[in-house]
Structures are given as structure tokens and as C-alpha cells.
Design a protein around this ligand. Structure first.
Ligand code: NAP
Length: 243
């Protein structure tokens, strides 16, 4: 049974991804930071159905927290086969209003987190000559989002990290890809007004917004055997918003 770590899996896209991997026979580590109750409820529902799931707290914007999380995972199962770097935060602010803290927190939560987790996950993957890394970017990292410059920069960084790491690790039997979601209905987009959501829907060629399940099944595909020759790619899950 393959082990998968999904960061930020207490809610939204991460929780749906954890559910889908568990249902497809993977042993799932559900990382959370603040939402312990939601992570516990998710774990209990999966274990109750006979699936393999554990929760593990770590603030993935912290290198030392990530180190402790991997120490625990490695002592329980040796290491992970699949890493999904999903944890992230968003913030809407004019660029000229961004504080140093806003910038640093955004980069740490969305980009440095992936660096810390990849760095710790890779030695085991390299030793076993097998691994899958799937990073969660955003279409704003491709297009650039007004009033989300720090978020867009972090997500563009994720796309760059994905491409370069894919080059470096290809010969080690490891693929590195990312999904780039469009507008997905989760807590992250719950602050948007109906008017804004309708405008975004109308801008999307499919005329719909995405669901966490849409993203989760793309992640599952990139982590599975059917995608073994796909490496360094950015898979848009956005209804055609970016073509
Ligand atoms: P969400 O519903 O707000 O959930 C965010 C998740 O990230 C939560 O489980 C949260 O855990 C976790 N998290 C945040 N900071 C963390 C940290 N420092 N350490 C550990 N976990 C942390 O967001 P979502 O919509 O599912 O987004 C998931 C990913 O998709 C993010 O990377 C986001 O940028 C990306 N994305 C989302 C959309 C969208 O429209 N929703 C579009 C494109 C990309 P706790 O609550 O436990 O702290």
C-alpha cells in the first residue's frame, strides 16, 4: 500500500484529496495546522469505512515543524511515496498596502512549505527509486491576479519549482507535476460575493465553477501509474479559464 502525505488536508481541496486517495487504496497522512477537529472528523470517517488514515499536525510554513512531521512519518512507515503540497492561504489586498508580514506569510505558506516538504520527502523517494510529487498552484500564478500579487508570485514560484525539480529528479524515478485550479468553491473563496462568483463563472468557458473533487481527481491521476510519463507539467483544472 502506497503512503501519501497531503498537506493542508483538514478542509477544502486537501480534505477531498485525502478522501479520494483513501478510497483508492492509499494510506493517507492528513496534515493540518489549526483545524484539528475537522482533521479528526475526516480521519474517523475514513477509518470507519475501513480505510487507512492518520492525522498529523504541522505548520508547513515552518521548516522545523515540517522536520518533526517527517520524523514521525518516517518512524511509523519509513517514508512517503507520494507528496501532495496543497496547504495554502490567500489574501486580497492592494499591492501598495502589503506589509512585510503579508508578503512573508504568503511566500512561507504557499511556496516555502513546498520546498521544506519536498526536501524532506525526496531522500526516501530517491533511495527507493520511486516517488510522485504533486503541487497545487493556481491559475493566478499563470495569469497574475490583481490585488493578489503576493499570492500570484507564490503560485508562479510553485510552477517554477515544479519544472526545475522535475528536471533534477526524473532519472530517480520521481515525477513532479502541479495542478493549477481555477475558481473552486471552498472556504478560500467563501468571502466572494454572489456577484463576483457569477462574474467568474461567466468568464469560465464551461460556465461553471470547480469543485474540490475536480481538483482531487486530477491530483490522483498525476500521482498514479497512468501518468508515469507526465513530468514537470502544469495541469489546468479551470474549465478553460486559462488556455
Ligand atoms: P481552504 O479551504 O482555505 O483550506 C486550506 C487548507 O490549507 C486548510 O486545510 C488549512 O489547514 C491548510 N493550511 C493553510 N496554511 C497551513 C499551514 N501553514 N500549515 C498546514 N496547513 C495549512 O483552501 P482550498 O481552497 O482548499 O485551497 C487548497 C489549495 O488550493 C491552496 O494551495 C490554494 O492556494 C489552492 N487553490 C485554491 C483555489 C480555490 O479557488 N479554492 C484556486 C486555486 C488554487 P488548517 O485549517 O488546519 O490550518
Amino acid at each position: 500500500m502506497k503512503n501519501v502525505l497531503i498537506t493542508g488536508a483538514s478542509r477544502g481541496i486537501g480534505a477531498e484529496t485525502a478522501r479520494l486517495f483513501a478510497q483508492n487504496g492509499y494510506s493517507v497522512f492528513i496534515n493540518f495546522n489549526k483545524s484539528q477537529q475537522q482533521a479528526e472528523t475526516l480521519r474517523a470517517s475514513l477509518v470507519g469505512c475501513g480505510y487507512q488514515a492518520e492525522i498529523i499536525r504541522a505548520d508547513v510554513s515552518s521548516s522545523s515543524d515540517v522536520g518533526k512531521m517527517f520524523d514521525r512519518i518516517e518512524s511509523s512507515c519509513g517514508g512517503i511515496d507520494i507528496l501532495v503540497n496543497n496547504a495554502g492561504i490567500a489574501q486580497t489586498k492592494l499591492f501598495t498596502d502589503l506589509s512585510d508580514d503579508d508578503w512573508q506569510q504568503m511566500i512561507a505558506s504557499n511556496l516555502s512549505s513546498a520546498f521544506y516538504c519536498c526536501r524532506r520527502a525526496l531522500p526516501h523517494m530517491i533511495r527507493q527509486h520511486y516517488g510522485r510529487i504533486v503541487n497545487v498552484a493556481s491559475m493566478w500564478g499563470q495569469l497574475g491576479g490583481s490585488c493578489e500579487v503576493h499570492y500570484s508570485a507564490a503560485k508562479a514560484g510553485i510552477i517554477g519549482l515544479t519544472k526545475a525539480l522535475a528536471m533534477e529528479e526524473g532519472l530517480s524515478g520521481i515525477t513532479v507535476n502541479c495542478v493549477s485550479p481555477g475558481v473552486i468553491r471552498t472556504d478560500m473563496t467563501s468571502h466572494l460575493s454572489d456577484e463576483d462568483l457569477n462574474a467568474l463563472k461567466n468568464e469560465t468557458p464551461t460556465g461553471t465553477l470547480g469543485t474540490p473533487y475536480d481538483v482531487a481527481r486530477s491530483i490522483l491521476f498525476l500521482a498514479g501509474e497512468d501518468s508515469s510519463f507526465i513530468n514537470g507539467q502544469t495541469l489546468g483544472v479551470n474549465g478553460g479559464f486559462v488556455v
